[in-house]
Ligand binder design. Structure first.
Ligand code: FES
Length: 88
């Protein structure tokens, strides 16, 4: 049975972005559900829910801001949504 996750209420996700250094060519899995204890990356805590991680990679080494609030419209990157929306 799948459980619908409500990141705003149930997750340890942070409200702000995570500024991280990514290695070019390496694959990453961004936590979309908000349940991971290794934010902003997936630790498989989404298992048993209807959600899954977002796999992504960069072509070169780069520092980026990954979304922590899980409200971005440009996942996995922060788009500033944490500044304009609040958890319910
Ligand atoms: S733990 Fe959140 S998507 Fe995997």
């Amino acid at each position: 049975m799948e459980t619908q996750v409500q990141p705003e209420k149930d997750s340890p996700a942070d409200l702000g972005p995570h500024r991280v250094r990514l290695t070019g060519g390496r694959r990453y899995r961004w936590c979309a559900c908000g349940l991971s204890k290794r934010q902003p990356y997936c630790d498989e805590s989404h298992r048993g829910t209807a959600m899954d991680a977002l796999a992504f990679q960069q072509s070169e080494d780069i520092t980026v801001a990954l979304c922590g609030c899980k409200r971005t419209q440009a996942p996995p990157y922060c788009d500033g949504a944490h500044k304009t929306s609040t958890p319910t």
